[in-house]
Design a protein around this ligand. Sequence first.
Ligand SMILES: *[C@@H]1O[C@H](CO)[C@@H](O)[C@H](O)[C@H]1NC(C)=O
Ligand SMILES: *[C@@H]1O[C@H](CO)[C@@H](O)[C@H](O)[C@H]1NC(C)=O
Ligand SMILES: *[C@@H]1O[C@H](CO)[C@@H](O)[C@H](O)[C@H]1NC(C)=O
Ligand SMILES: *[C@@H]1O[C@H](CO)[C@@H](O)[C@H](O)[C@H]1NC(C)=O
Length: 221
Amino acid sequence: MKLSFVHCIIVTMPLLLALIYSCINAAGDDPILGFTEIPLNQSNFILQKPYDVPLDQRYSFIDGVHRMWVYADDKPYARGSNTQPRTEIHIAGLDYSSGVWQFEGHGFVPNGTTGATIAQIHGAAHGNTTLLLRVYAPGEMRYYSSLHVADGLYDRWFRLNIIHDVDGGMLTVFLDGEQKFQYHDQGPGDLHFKCGVYGAPANISYYMEARWRNIKIYRKY
Ligand SMILES: *[C@@H]1O[C@H](CO)[C@@H](O)[C@H](O)[C@H]1NC(C)=O
Ligand SMILES: *[C@@H]1O[C@H](CO)[C@@H](O)[C@H](O)[C@H]1NC(C)=O
Ligand SMILES: *[C@@H]1O[C@H](CO)[C@@H](O)[C@H](O)[C@H]1NC(C)=O
Ligand SMILES: *[C@@H]1O[C@H](CO)[C@@H](O)[C@H](O)[C@H]1NC(C)=O
């Protein structure tokens, strides 16, 4: 009896290990595999905030965390602009119009923030944006206001990767290393990545906040 139990363990152990290995592998390869990181410095981070308030009333940078917040009745980033209020980092100096590019960052959205774009690709062949990723209550991420991307994003750090294959016309969104969404882009244009908080046209909370750290840009050559 004892012998056959031990025998059983010896026989099943490799199978069990193979099963565990294939489960880990099924989660997919890391989205940055095959990409080259582009070094960023301070000149690549341009802050946009309501034009009539000082930056430190809508942004802090502590222990590597960019904390950005904005109120629904704030002014737009520029006088005369008709856009919704925002406090956003514009990744500058790395505009692209072809090739395969990737944004990576670790984000945190506090419970209660709703209708806020937390990451975007600005520019398109027609229109102003290629991708808006918004967080809506109860912690759902959507592509613009409707298409579902992921759930359960409130009050925790998540890793976001966005791959933009401009030549292939394709966007792919990963959360915590897992592919969650894929959609066609809006054609090549003068493109750049942004992250922070930017109010949607409707259904937004009065207070909106997002935190971002470890922001990185990659390219596939
Ligand atoms: C910062 O990055 C910019 C654009 O990528 C580059 O032109 C500049 O030389 C860099 N500055 C420093 C101090 O590394
Ligand atoms: C967010 O807050 C609401 C209201 O306080 C609560 O009902 C909900 O469970 C919270 N969600 C999370 C993910 O903590
Ligand atoms: C696109 O951007 C322009 C210039 O900022 C602005 O006037 C226009 O309203 C924007 N269009 C949309 C649909 O947001
Ligand atoms: C706002 O929310 C309401 C109720 O959930 C929904 O019917 C409407 O389509 C939303 N509007 C936008 C622009 O998202």
